[in-house]
Unconditional design. Structure first.
Length: 108
């Protein structure tokens, strides 16, 4: 849901940020999925080194911060960068999905 939550507002975002190219407007919200795809490549190894629970908590904070920052972005570059970084943080449950089973059993 987070990847497409801005889809209905793409025209308004493009208007506010003065984006005239429709492709850039589409990239501004679809870049989240790219971050979501690349996140597990970094977060999975980190979770094995530093622990799954810690990485999940940090990634959730990362997601929260950059998703909020994307809402306050003042230009297209900021919006694209923040949406990408938000996607990286949002992908943590994919990277450390066994965390939920471990927490439920008390083995984390």
């Amino acid at each position: 849901m987070s990847s497409s939550i801005v889809a209905p507002a793409t025209e308004k975002i493009s208007e506010n940020l003065e984006i005239t190219n429709p492709a850039i407007g589409e990239i501004s919200y679809s870049i989240f999925v790219l971050g979501y795809a690349f996140g597990p490549l970094f977060l999975s190894p980190l979770s094995e080194i530093y622990g799954r629970s810690r990485i999940l908590q940090i990634a959730n904070l990362f997601y929260l911060i950059f998703n909020t920052a994307a809402g306050f972005s003042r230009n297209t570059a900021e919006l694209i960068a923040f949406r990408f970084l938000s996607g990286l943080g949002g992908s943590a449950p994919l990277a450390v999905r066994t965390t939920y089973a471990a927490i439920g059993s008390g083995r984390y």
